[in-house]
Design a protein around this ligand. Structure first.
Ligand SMILES: C[S@@+](CC[C@H](N)C(=O)[O-])C[C@H]1O[C@@H](n2cnc3c(N)ncnc32)[C@H](O)[C@@H]1O
Length: 207
């Protein structure tokens, strides 16, 4: 059985689609395309105007329908990646499931468990270890586990990395990231600049 060709579905759960999410979704689209996987961004309201960087992206399939409607006849083939699940995702889950479902939610600290909105729908759930990841990281880790057949505990992670804003300030990202070949946390292109810009803005607001 081929282990590539999985479908990754991010159900967009926020009313807006912020710059941060758009960078995450663009990265998921590019990485899915490169690995032979399919990426669906589901539950996108018709009223929502996609940001410019998400228009005409190869590998990004935008759906106004939600997961329940799209996979009504395949519920047992859908696995929800759920930080509260009792079982961790394993390479063998790649044999059982065809579709991997994620919450399109910005991470929050402390986590507010908005993944519960998807849990209510009754899909089988799997955890990616005990630490909260960004959505693009959760998709990346799932792909490594089910397509590359690497167990979660064999993946190198970086937790809560510190990003330098300027020579005096830094900000800590309260998430787990995959460690890249350069030893740094893998983040979407443009994300570090966006975080720095946002942090400078909030520092200015404090003055
Ligand atoms: C940024 S997280 C959101 C976590 C969150 N604060 C919440 O409200 O549930 C976005 C998505 O990534 C996936 N995810 C993140 N960390 C995970 C983990 N440790 N195990 C399983 N899934 C995870 C889940 O699908 C989650 O809905």
């Amino acid at each position: 059985m081929s282990h590539s060709g999985k479908t990754f579905v991010v159900e967009h759960l926020d009313p807006e689609l912020e710059a941060w999410s758009s960078l995450e979704y663009l990265t998921i689209a590019n990485e899915s395309q490169a690995s032979g996987a399919r990426f669906l961004l589901s539950s996108v309201p018709t009223s929502l105007q996609l940001p410019a960087n998400l228009q005409h992206v190869e590998g990004l399939n935008v759906e106004t329908r939600g997961i329940e409607e799209i996979y009504a006849d395949k519920k047992d083939k859908v696995c929800l990646l759920d930080p509260a699940a009792s079982k961790d995702l394993s390479p063998e889950d790649g044999d059982t499931f065809e579709v991997f479902l994620f919450g399109g939610i910005l991470g929050d600290d402390p986590p507010r468990d908005r993944t519960s909105e998807l849990r209510k729908k009754g899909y089988q759930g799997r955890r990616l270890g005990p630490v909260q990841m960004t959505t693009d990281t959760a998709v990346r880790v799932t792909r490594i586990v089910v397509q590359d057949r690497v167990p979660v505990e064999k993946i190198s992670f970086i937790d809560n990395p510190e990003l330098k804003i300027n020579k005096n300030e830094s900000t800590q990202m309260p998430f787990r990231y995959v460690k890249g070949d350069d030893g740094r946390p893998i983040m979407p292109e443009g994300m570090v600049d966006l975080i720095i810009r946002d942090s400078e803005k909030s520092l200015d607001d404090l003055l």
